[in-house]
Design a protein around this ligand. Structure first.
Ligand code: ZN
Length: 289
């Protein structure tokens, strides 16, 4: 289970950007509540800055994010520009690795789920974000652009789901991932955003921590611990057993044809090659290739 702090920008006497009777504060709240509901349904803890038409200022939002210390915080917005052809979704963040990575993925996910042009990750920083905690500010299309508003209205559920999915891809649990093994950490071990010691830490798995393993990439394993998904070094994990009989692979030794004239060394080479091929096949099966 992860913990998310979700804010809908503006509110009360501050409508945010306006297009006729359409107010940004309302759009922000709609999307915020949908994303939060999905995350809560999937077992995560969610705190909301506001659930109704109450005030959310940039300064208060920054302080709130900092105080909440959630695994990830979002402040939802919509863009606006004097030229009504300005279009697309973008996501602002500070430059810490987790926020950059998620902002980039969120912008792509919002775009692909809605048909909005992907303007990508923007930064560094934004008025509504705290530099002290991992967070991002989605700008979900231009309220000043009628076509963007149609996309926002028609795909709101899909956008919310895409955002929740991207958060789950980092913080898990991932329902769609196939667990291939379980393991125990032999030392306190960093759970990282990516498969590298240069990647940001999502937290420390204590020695003796029981982890689920989803894939092996060189000497890094994709694991989850307490519902959080990330990467850890394989050097400090004892892989205990393959978790379910259905996840085991049956290895059938193929017939190996050896000429009667073969020397002892040739027989050794032929069998060796065959076993090597078998190991490759089994290992790529484990990796799901
Ligand atoms: Zn705004």
């Amino acid at each position: 289970m992860a913990y998310f702090a979700l804010a809908a920008g503006h509110g009360a006497s501050d409508p945010g950007a306006v297009n006729g009777t359409r107010l940004e504060k309302d759009d922000n709240l709609k999307l915020c509540l949908k994303v939060g509901k999905l995350l809560e349904d999937r077992g995560h803890r969610v705190d909301y800055y506001r659930t109704g038409d109450t005030e959310c200022t940039a300064a208060n939002c920054r302080e709130w994010m900092k105080a909440k210390k959630a695994d990830f915080a979002l402040c939802f917005h919509r863009n606006s520009f004097s030229n009504i052809t300005a279009t697309g979704a973008e996501v602002w963040s500070f430059s810490d690795e987790l926020s950059v990575s998620l902002a980039t993925k969120l912008s792509a996910a919002i775009s692909s789920s809605s048909g909005l042009y992907n303007r990508g990750r923007k930064g560094n920083g934004a008025a509504w974000l705290s530099a002290d905690v991992p967070c991002a500010q989605p700008e979900v299309g231009f309220i000043s652009n009628p076509a963007d508003n149609v996309k926002f209205d028609n795909t709101l559920d899909k956008i919310a789901e895409a955002i929740a999915n991207e958060l789950e891809n980092v913080f898990g649990p991932i329902k769609n991932l196939e667990r291939i093994a379980v393991g125990t950490t032999t030392d306190p071990l960093n759970l990282r955003v990516g498969p590298s010691t240069a990647s940001a830490s999502l937290g420390i798995i204590p020695q003796g921590g029981k982890i689920d393993i989803y894939s092996v990439e060189k000497n890094w394993v994709r694991v989850s611990y307490n519902g959080k998904l990330g990467y850890s070094s394989a050097d400090y994990i004892k892989i205990d057993y393959f978790s379910k009989p259905s996840e085991e692979i049956t290895i059938k030794i193929p017939d190996i044809k050896i000429p009667k004239t073969a020397t002892e060394e040739t027989v050794f080479q032929i069998i060796g090659r065959s076993v090597r091929d078998l190991i490759d096949t089994v290992f790529s099966g484990w990796k799901g290739n």
